[in-house]
Design a protein around this ligand. Structure first.
Ligand code: ASC
Length: 128
């Protein structure tokens, strides 16, 4: 799938960068920094839900060196990593459903749990 280890690293990081940008859009609405825009929230949540499936393919063995903060535990505790990952995909799927209601409080209620799944995996599997 990838020619070189750095290609896999770049791929997964790029996907997570896209996710973070759209989490930023939703976060700004959730904390009131920008007015709630239901259509924009729905689009951002859809991007996150779609792109959430992509980083997994980039975590190929032997890609814990170079431009990455990936911990070796991703591979030595791979079942735990996959469990965290699946919780993230599930939570951002729920976030996209919530964002489509057009109700800010509903989106906010799903945003916190989704962000927590990002944080949980970073705490366990990402170096400072
Ligand atoms: C983001 C981002 C993360 C998560 C995390 C949630 O927007 O870049 O890593 O949300 O901060 O706590």
């Amino acid at each position: 799938n990838f020619q070189k280890p750095e290609d896999a690293i770049k791929y997964r990081r790029s996907a997570m960068t896209v996710m973070a940008a759209h989490f930023g859009v939703l976060g700004a609405m959730a904390n009131g920094r920008v007015p709630f825009d239901a259509a924009a929230a729905s689009r951002s949540a859809d991007v996150i839900a779609l792109v959430s499936h992509l980083p997994a393919a980039g975590f190929v063995p032997g890609t814990d060196k170079g431009e990455t903060r990936a911990k070796p535990e991703i591979w030595t505790e791979n079942a735990k990593f996959k469990g965290n990952y699946d919780k993230m995909v599930d939570a951002v799927g729920k976030l996209s459903v919530a964002a489509k209601t057009g109700n800010l409080d509903t989106m906010k209620a799903a945003f916190g749990p989704a962000a927590n799944t990002c944080k949980a995996c970073h705490d366990d599997f990402r170096k400072e």
